[in-house]
Design a protein around this ligand. Structure first.
Ligand code: SF4
Length: 322
């Protein structure tokens, strides 16, 4: 199947008084239409910056972005507006991403008005707001409520409804459940899964928690300090993790069932390296228990070591499992 979204050598650097922050550093990957890519990594690894660059909330420093066959790296303002209709974002904190002075209905209506949907027909737009509220499981009686009158789960449903208002086909979900209680997390994940199946949506799902994307993502990309360090189909990554960082993340996932064996917990030691002007060495070298001279001499390149399974580690052969 052809790539629906393809990122080539994407970089996003920020100049600071202390030097250049390499927030996203030479990241390449692709996603097929209708699939979900989970992007996983700890805070500050660049995963949210990556998502924002893809939908042009931030301009990349260099690299290429192709979407549905077109080069969208540097869109004109008109192209940007058209892309905004097709590419949307769901934010981590619905409370801060929603306007506190707007009701639920007005929040969902606003993007339709900006994009003159339904020829500006107000009645038609209001009908569509009601339909979207049904789709995301928001009772219509909440249409005139304000964000502070809703609980976290309902607020996130409004955030999802707002993202759906323009009928997009690609959505970046930036930690959409991490601010919610566990029981509400499951409801929102189930809703996103249903929307994906009903509407054929393509997702990038950003999270710091590998267990959240286990049942949701078709593929998982692991980021560390601005770089993509491992990418594989979800089952392959969980069954045959290769990079020491991925293995440490997997070992930290709680297993609720009694009697199921779990990998030995790998505790990461040492400080996270600085993303400011990083040296040409493995970014994980300061925390990796396998670091050798080679790891300090050059930064390993991402390479395919099993079908569809990419990893950047000089010692990958030592970590291959059956
Ligand atoms: Fe560890 Fe070296 Fe592999 Fe980096 S390249 S993950 S330091 S073994």
């Amino acid at each position: 199947m052809a790539d629906y979204l393809r990122i080539e050598n994407l970089k996003k650097y920020f100049k600071t008084a202390k030097g250049t922050v390499h927030a996203v550093d030479d990241v390449s990957f692709s996603i097929e239409r209708g699939k979900t890519l989970g992007v996983v990594g700890e805070s500050g690894c660049g995963k949210s910056t990556l998502g924002r660059c893809i939908i042009h909330l931030l301009e990349p420093t260099s690299g290429k972005i192709f979407f549905d066959g077109a080069d969208i790296t540097k869109p004109t303002p008109e192209e940007q507006k058209a892309l905004r209709q097709r590419m949307q974002m769901i934010f981590q904190d619905p409370f801060s991403s929603l306007n506190p002075r707007m009701t639920v209905a007005d929040s969902i209506l606003e993007p339709m008005e900006i994009h003159h949907m339904y020829d500006g027909d107000k009645d038609r737009q209001r009908e569509e707001v009601a339909r979207i509220m049904d789709t995301v499981g928001l009772a219509r009686r909440l249409a005139d409520s304000y964000p502070h009158e809703l609980d976290g789960g309902r607020r996130q449903r409004v955030g999802i409804a707002r993202a759906l208002a323009l009928q997009p086909d690609f959505i970046v979900c930036d930690e959409p459940v991490s601010a919610l209680d566990v029981s509400i997390q499951a409801q929102i994940l189930n809703l996103l899964q249903d929307l994906k199946e009903q509407m054929g949506l393509t997702f990038i799902f950003i999270t710091h928690d590998l267990s959240v994307v286990n049942h949701f993502a078709d593929e998982i990309a692991v980021m560390y300090l601005g770089q993509l360090i491992e990418k594989a189909p979800t089952e392959e990554l969980f069954d045959h993790p290769i990079h020491p960082y991925t293995r440490a993340l997997l070992s930290a996932i709680p297993i609720p069932e009694v009697g199921i064996s779990r990998p030995e917990r790998i505790l990461l030691k040492g400080e996270i390296s600085s993303p400011i002007d990083p040296p040409d060495e493995c970014r994980f070298a300061k925390r990796c228990i396998y670091t050798c001279d080679q790891c300090h001499q050059s930064c390993p390149k991402l390479m395919e070591v099993r079908p569809g399974h990419f990893v950047s580690c000089h010692l990958w052969k030592d970590f291959l499992s059956e």
